[in-house]
Ligand binder design. Sequence first.
Ligand code: C5P
Length: 223
Amino acid sequence: MVALDGPSGTGKSTVARKLADRLGAGYLDTGAMYRMVTLAALRAGTDPADADALAALAAGVELEIGSSPRQPEFRLGGADVAADIRGPEVTGAVSAVSAVPRVRELIVARQRRIIAEVVERVGGIVVEGRDIGTVVAPDAPLKVYLTASAEVRAARRNSQDTAAGRQSTVADARESVERRDRLDSSRAVSPLRAAEDAVPVDTSELSIDQVVVALCELASRRG
Ligand code: C5P
């Protein structure tokens, strides 16, 4: 198993999927799970400041997530929400939802069940998020913490948004990634941080493929 953590805009999702594909492993995008709960909350009109209501919603939400790195699948109540969970409303609210301790407990328990099931079925998994090496899977044999400069992360996020047809400028993207990092790093429960035994990889000057090659080497030694 590979635990891949780091802030947004470091290339984490693309790297995680390509790495899983190369290793013949499964893949889990844990951020997408918090995004699906957030989308469900927005649709239900739940107040993002109401922790009890969010916890009740997270307990009942019909969330399905695929584990194939080539064909990621995200379903809420049976409907495909792959595009909706990346929209600005969800991105703006997800840090508040993911900071609720009871929501995290429920989602982390689910993540651990998925990890166990996928490892049993295909033999390995690459899991990406913010607290994988510290909380979800502290025993992972390989933990990697991806970083990149704020400029690079904003530029990457902006091109992803533009490619997906969402209106964005580099300045907007920078404000959004920095705001989310601030919220994710300062929350009381499971804040974004590198595990002590994580290998730090700065992706600012590296292409996605260079990062994947470097991680494949690490995985072949430790994964
Ligand atoms: O990775 P992604 O940008 O999709 O994550 C969306 C949000 O979900 C993060 O900003 C963070 O608030 C939350 N998250 C988390 N723990 C994780 C993964 C994501 O709190 N393991």
